[in-house]
Design a protein. Structure first.
Length: 186
């Protein structure tokens, strides 16, 4: 993998060329239609997202990357930092506990590219970003009722540990709140 990095204001922009025709790059508004399509395909595990909400999330996200395959967006990861103006109950759970973090709001890989290491690539890039910028941890949630077993196994394999649970979506969904420390505690 070759990597070129530039500093652009308050964000680190990384372009990583990956073998097999895959590339990670910063998302931009021209990608929004594909991001919304992917989100719509997996909305039962994430949450609804429209163009306005995506533009707002993108504007405050220090890390929003897409994976391209032959010019087509096949995955994305969007993360929000602590101190952001974001009303997600899962984000707020972590914000209420304080500290420096990147919250994975959503990571989606299209069905045809699942099981090929695409999400693992995105998380490796995210963790490198988090370490570079001094975030103490990367946090996320995953569904445990109804279950998203593939997500649980994936996050377990990366070393995420459960730090809490909560009911969301008007009590219809139970989520596991997870964290992965990116730096050793002092």
């Amino acid at each position: 993998m070759s990597r070129s990095t530039t500093h652009n204001g308050d964000a680190l922009n990384t372009f990583a060329s990956i073998s097999g025709g895959l590339a990670i790059r910063p998302a931009d508004p021209a990608d929004f239609a594909d991001i919304l399509r992917l989100n719509g395909e997996w909305v039962h595990f994430t949450s609804p997202l429209d163009a306005t909400a995506l533009a707002q999330l993108h504007a405050q996200s220090p890390y929003h990357r897409v994976v391209e395959s032959d010019g087509r967006i096949v995955a994305f990861l969007l993360a929000i930092r602590e101190g952001s103006d974001y009303a997600s109950p899962n984000y707020c759970w972590f914000a209420d506990r304080g500290g420096s973090f990147l919250y994975v709001d959503r990571v989606i890989v299209d069905e045809a590219n699942q099981g090929q290491g695409v999400a693992r690539m995105l998380y490796a890039d995210l963790l490198a970003f988090a370490r570079e910028w001094g975030f103490d941890r990367v946090v996320c949630e995953l569904d445990i009722d109804p279950p998203n077993e593939a997500s649980r196994l994936f996050h377990d394999s990366l070393g995420f540990r459960e730090v809490g649970t909560q009911l969301v979506a008007n009590g219809t969904k139970l989520v596991s709140l997870r964290e992965l420390l990116t730096r050793r505690p002092a």
